[in-house]
Design a protein around this ligand. Structure first.
Ligand SMILES: Cc1cc2nc3c(=O)[nH]c(=O)nc-3n(C[C@H](O)[C@H](O)[C@H](O)COP(=O)(O)OP(=O)(O)OC[C@H]3O[C@@H](n4cnc5c(N)ncnc54)[C@H](O)[C@@H]3O)c2cc1C
Length: 497
């Protein structure tokens, strides 16, 4: 049953770190004073959590490096599920617990939603670049279906998915420009049709009918999936936050933003993680902790487990990406979402035979790849992407990369070449984000071996928006004990971290 105290929703989370009335009331709750406060306000069960034999009355920090004592400024609260990370993955997982169970949930973020990769996402909810019979296929299909169901249910309630999620069924075009790429696309279309999707190979002439501004010649062709969709990541996040906050008045949801997770607190007896320590709070869990901290998940787990007996190396790495958004773009209209064939290669980082490398170049000693992607968003902006590079955790905007994206887009849309990038200096936005990259190309979703109540949900690289609802369903089913809808084995932590 839900155990959170009364939480008030605050309309402006950016100005407020914590959406919780209990925090204000018990701001200076300490271990010394908590029994009185917990007895008067919280379920007595909260007190029984502090059972470490070595330091009676306190859970053990899993992170021995965390020598900072738990001070009087740390307030205490208890939830069934604690979710670390308020990106698209953390927020959709929170939503799944809220709508699919009676558990209480807290979401904790060192910053605010959209400050990670999510805020930079282009919004493809696509199957066109996924391969049937791969580990990701059923999972990707399930996730896309869940997004479609959500959009449909909004429409049925008289709400507008376009306004709320930026949801558009534009269809997708995966464009090839050489005979080899076109042959590969024909094979892909065949496979996609055999897998039950509506897919069509378009020759240059048919493609031009669909996208009149696209540069085509006799070798150009495209795979067209009319049912592929797109959303606006920022609108989707706003929608999710609003939906989740609906449960705060029921005492089942709270947000702790601008509050970094620092360490895990474990019971010496069971070894289970019983709480997490953040920069300002001690948050206790009765059921599960979910680490959905995007590209920071590896380093965070490393910090959290330092000097504990659990050995875990989550090989997730930040993969930097730039997107160029030209606001109120009116030079031409895009009717679909587009992506060049080289994107498939660019995303997996595994060279495919006979496919062009789409702008691989050396940049400051790093390998940078730029692959053309183009969408029109709900506000009439054209969104051009995208770059991929390993540059650590740096999110600095690199103007030279924006130029590469612009040049690459100009190769596909000659009308862009009639203008210069500087013409857009006052009407452009650049988004930079760190994709959570896993070397084997699959997200990690499941319990951490040796820590039964700690779960990981990360590593979605360039597909976290599209895979979010499938991830949320899979993770919540694991925690609650529901039968799984899609085989989760390929995404297990064990054997991969
Ligand atoms: C340029 C670009 C284009 C993309 N386009 C698409 C697309 O079209 N379709 C698609 O499906 N995907 C796309 N993606 C990928 C997608 O954006 C990511 O896969 C997804 O956003 C990952 O979500 P996340 O929640 O795992 O991570 P994030 O959004 O990075 O969220 C992680 C959160 O964890 C928090 N955190 C980290 N450490 C701590 C800590 N110690 N304590 C508390 N909180 C912490 C961070 O502050 C952050 O808010 C794109 C990505 C980029 C960069």
């Amino acid at each position: 049953m839900a155990s959170a105290s009364t939480f008030l929703s605050h309309p402006n989370h950016h100005a407020n770190d914590v959406v919780s009335s209990a925090i204000c009331q018990f701001k200076s709750c300490s271990f010394a004073s908590q029994s009185t406060l917990f007895c008067s306000k919280f379920a007595s069960k909260s007190l029984s959590l502090h059972t470490a034999p070595t330091r009676p009355g306190r859970p053990e920090p899993a992170c021995a490096s965390d020598s900072e004592p738990i001070s009087a400024s740390h307030s205490h609260q208890t939830f069934d599920v604690l979710i670390i990370g308020a990106g698209i993955i953390g927020l959709t997982i929170a939503r799944q617990f809220l709508i699919g169970s009676d558990l209480s949930v807290a979401v904790i973020d060192k910053s605010v939603p959209c400050s990670g990769a999510t805020g930079a996402g282009q919004g493809y909810i696509w199957m066109t670049h996924k391969t049937p019979v791969s580990d990701l296929w059923d999972f990707g299909l399930r996730s896309q279906r869940l997004w479609e169901d959500l959009a449909e249910s909004l429409s049925e309630q008289g709400l507008d998915p376009l306004q709320l999620l930026g949801w558009k069924k534009t269809g997708s075009l995966l464009v090839g420009r050489t005979p080899e790429e076109s042959d590969m696309l024909k094979g892909r279309v065949k496979l996609l049709c055999e897998a039950g999707l509506r897919a069509e190979y378009l020759s240059a002439i048919d493609l031009l009918v669909k996208e009149p501004e696209l540069m085509v010649d006799k070798d150009t062709g495209a795979a067209f999936l009319p049912d592929d969709c797109q959303l606006d990541a920022r609108r989707a996040v706003e929608f999710l936050e609003k939906g989740n906050r609906h449960y705060s008045s029921k005492g089942r949801y709270a947000e702790f933003y601008n509050d970094r997770v620092i360490s895990l607190l474990r019971s010496g007896g069971s070894g289970e993680v019983e709480a997490i320590k953040t920069s300002r709070n001690i948050l206790h869990t009765k059921k599960a902790i979910v680490v959905a901290a995007g590209c920071w998940s590896g380093s965070l787990m490393c910090d959290l487990l330092r000097e504990s007996e659990v050995v875990l190396d989550v090989p997730v790495k930040p993969r930097k990406g730039h997107l160029l958004v030209l606001e109120n773009f009116n030079s031409f209209q895009l009717n679909h979402g587009l992506m060049e064939v080289g994107y498939v290669d660019h995303q997996t980082a595994i060279p495919l035979p006979n496919i062009s490398t789409s702008g691989l170049l050396d940049h400051d000693g790093q390998t940078l790849s730029v692959s053309m992607t183009a969408t029109m968003d709900t506000a009439g902006n054209i969104v051009l992407g995208s770059s991929r590079q390993f540059a650590g955790f740096c999110t600095e905007l690199e103007e030279s990369i924006i130029s590469c994206i612009w040049d690459r887009a100009g190769e596909f849309f000659p009308k862009l070449r009639e203008k210069s990038l500087s013409d857009f200096s006052k009407s452009r936005e650049v988004r930079v984000g760190l994709r959570p990259y896993m070397p084997d190309g699959k997200p990690v979703i499941g319990p951490v071996p040796g820590l039964a109540n700690v779960f990981l949900a990360t590593g979605h690289e360039g597909g976290g928006l599209s895979m979010a609802l499938g991830t949320a369903e899979m993770l919540a089913d694991m925690v609650i004990g529901n039968p799984e809808k899609v085989n989760s084995a390929p995404f297990a932590v064990h054997g991969r971290c």
